[in-house]
Design a protein around this ligand. Structure first.
Ligand SMILES: Nc1ncnc2c1ncn2[C@@H]1O[C@H](COP(=O)(O)OP(=O)(O)OP(=O)(O)O)[C@@H](O)[C@H]1O
Length: 395
């Protein structure tokens, strides 16, 4: 069991390093990562040595005991033969039987039992994973035929499980009407993405409720919810398959026409058709073969194909080149018809939103349209806007 755990710990380092090889390279940190891996493997090596020593000692003791038993039996048997209480043939037969019995016992103990214990150790880990209860339950069954897209945060308090004592959202309440485009703005770390995480049901609230069309979000069926509430993350992850398969991800029987329709809406069609294999072009692991802006547009198409009632956009904070940024912006402006919540980092997005919700230190401090908030002297939004300090919205 200890060996399996230490081996798993060593593999964690290898996995992490290989998955982030570009970062490792760009910091020229290959040798340190190698050293970290060797260090962890060294723990496994020490455990293997301990196991070998124990096994060696056990085998030595077993053979020594065998030898002593053999000598004693020979001595006593010889004595009985000399005293004519036993024939030589019987003594030899006795030895042959004992040998056979010993061989079988040895197989049973050393080979079967040891292997069984090894398997139990490995299985324990697998069973531990199988038996793990997810903290966020997926038992909801609600799947109405129509979803309007009305969202309400009602007195929501939330702490992440790893930092339960630190509330990230503090009594957050706001509503978003169906079809409304709302921009969440606020300084870095104020809790904007956490609101999105709650709508995606990645975490549960500590208290208060997140309601969708008046029903707690936890009451909805897992598949239904994620079809109706689509997310385009800050750094969207694509899979190592064709662009078409990435756009139609997790959907069955999507026609190429449908994929092309949403790609056009997401401003992605043009660049895709210019690729050597068009929609069949592979994107590489995590979409590495596409640029940041292209990845985002494919991710927008992936969200749109589900015809969601609610679209969650976490705008990229990283700088895209001007053309990509404009194309992504245009794509997001095409998204009328559904409720849109956008974690906004650009002034152009904020200005076009129907309403702006300003979050600061986990609390909603202001709400309103850009032109209303900007005129409100003393408002956090106006001050931050004017002094260009509000994270992200200064672009
Ligand atoms: N998985 C997590 N576990 C623990 N704490 C977290 C986790 N994710 C975020 N936090 C903390 O929660 C707070 C709010 O983070 P959040 O990502 O919601 O901020 P944000 O307003 O979206 O920031 P940004 O604009 O920089 O993306 C931060 O203090 C952050 O450190």
């Amino acid at each position: 069991m200890d060996i399996q755990t230490s081996f798993a710990r060593a593999n964690e380092v290898a996995d992490e390093t290989c998955a982030n090889i570009r970062t490792v390279r760009s910091f020229a940190n290959e040798s340190r990562e190698c050293a970290r891996y060797s260090e962890r493997l060294n723990d496994t090596y020490k455990l293997h040595i301990r196991k070998a020593l124990l096994f060696g000692s056990f085998t030595f003791a077993e053979h020594a005991f065998d030898l002593v038993l053999f000598v004693l039996t020979l001595y006593y048997g010889g004595h009985l033969v000399m005293a004519h209480k036993m024939t030589g043939g019987n003594l030899v037969s006795f030895f042959l039987y004992v040998n056979r019995l010993r061989g079988s016992m040895e197989k049973l103990t050393i080979q079967v039992y040891a292997k069984l214990m090894e398997a139990v150790g490995t299985c324990q880990k697998v069973i531990e994973y199988i038996d793990r209860e997810p903290e966020v339950k997926r038992g909801g069954r609600l799947a109405p035929w129509k979803l309007e897209g009305h969202i309400e945060f009602r007195n929501v308090w939330m702490s992440y499980p790893s930092r339960q004592r630190v509330p990230v959202l503090k009594d957050v309440s706001f509503q978003v009407s169906p079809g409304e485009v709302v921009a969440l703005v606020g300084p870095s770390g104020s809790g904007k993405s956490t609101c999105v995480n709650l709508l995606e049901r990645f975490y549960e609230t500590t208290s208060g409720q997140v309601l969708l069309d008046g029903n707690p979000i936890m009451a909805y069926d897992h598949k239904f919810l994620h079809r109706k509430v689509a997310l385009v993350g800050q750094e969207p992850v694509l899979f190592a398959r064709s662009i078409k398969d990435n756009i139609s991800y997790a959907l069955d029987n999507c026609s190429l026409e449908e994929v092309q329709r949403v790609a056009r809406q997401a401003n992605a069609h043009e660049f895709i058709t210019e690729l050597p294999e068009g929609y069949e072009t592979g994107t590489g692991e995590k979409g590495i073969q596409l640029s940041g802006g292209q990845k985002q547009r494919v991710a927008i198409a992936r969200a749109l194909i589900r015809k969601p009632a609610v679209l969650l956009l976490d705008e990229a904070t990283s700088a895209l080149d001007a053309e990509s940024e404009q194309l992504v912006q245009q794509a997001t402006q095409n998204l009328r018809g559904q409720t849109v919540i956008v974690v906004a980092h650009r002034l152009s997005t904020v200005e076009k939103a129907d309403r702006i919700i300003v979050i600061d230190k986990g609390m909603v401090v202001e709400q309103g349209r850009h032109d209303q908030l900007i005129l409100h002297s003393g408002s956090t939004y106006a001050i931050s806007f004017l002094t260009h300090k509000l994270a992200g919205i200064t672009k």
